[in-house]
Design a binder for this molecule. Structure first.
Ligand code: CA
Length: 229
């Protein structure tokens, strides 16, 4: 029997708890609920959820405090913030403090479920990219975020690392621009498929011996890109 993935919902608004629980159970997840920060930290330790939906506006302890404490406690599960405020400062604060994504209330359940799927896919250990990828003459250290090619060392951005991880997971298969946007740019509002192309240009310059004739980061015409190991 396949183990259900467990989602911890941290939310004090009862109507939202009911709606979320219903939708998540229907989507096949095991759901645990905490209604304040202290309970959330307890549930994190006791239930080891695969993903956490964390409301920012909680009684007593804020979602940000819970987030920081959870990361200090060694929680590595993806955490998606539920925020009712739509201010840039909150987004930056949330992502800086260790959240993986956030979604602004009111949100559609379809969008929330898509974000959850994307985060769980990324977090799945079976899909984990190795620390080091070797693509032709390039040796890529994904943890140190560095690529060494033809004796030259260059830093990789977090986006570039995430793009490489996604490409590696799907190696040999095309990855659409839309999927890059969903999985790598998930929390941003206005990236376009052009953004993906611009990042790919840079990535090829760092990884490919001849960026004009790429051998590993290939174009999948009409779709997106494909990694050829
Ligand atoms: Ca709340």
């Amino acid at each position: 029997m396949e183990m259900k993935q467990r989602i911890l919902v941290v939310e004090d608004e009862e109507a939202l708890v009911v709606g979320l629980r219903y939708a998540l159970v229907r989507a096949g997840y095991d759901v645990v609920v905490a209604r304040d920060g202290a309970e959330a930290l307890k549930r994190l330790r006791a239930d080891a959820p695969d993903l956490v939906l964390l409301d920012v506006m909680l009684p007593r302890k804020s979602g940000f405090e819970v987030l920081a404490q959870a990361r200090r406690d060694g929680c590595r599960a993806p955490i998606v913030l539920l925020t009712s405020k739509n201010q840039e400062i909150d987004k930056i604060q949330g992502l800086d403090s260790g959240a993986d994504d956030y979604i602004t209330k009111p949100f559609s359940l379809g969008e929330l479920l898509a974000r959850i799927r994307a985060r769980l896919r990324r977090a799945s250990p079976a899909d984990e990219a190795p620390d080091e990828l070797v693509l032709g003459v390039a040796v890529i250290d994904l943890r140190a975020m560095r690529v060494t090619r033809d004796g030259v060392v260059e830093d990789l951005s977090l986006r570039e690392v995430d793009m490489l991880k996604l490409l590696w997971r799907e190696r040999g298969r095309p990855v659409s621009r839309e999927r890059f946007l969903e999985e790598v740019w998930g929390h941003e509002r206005f990236p376009t498929t052009r953004t993906v192309d611009q990042h790919m240009v840079k990535l090829r310059q760092k990884v490919e011996h001849d960026p004009a004739e790429p051998r590993h980061l290939l174009t999948a015409f009409g779709v997106g890109y494909r990694l050829e190991p």
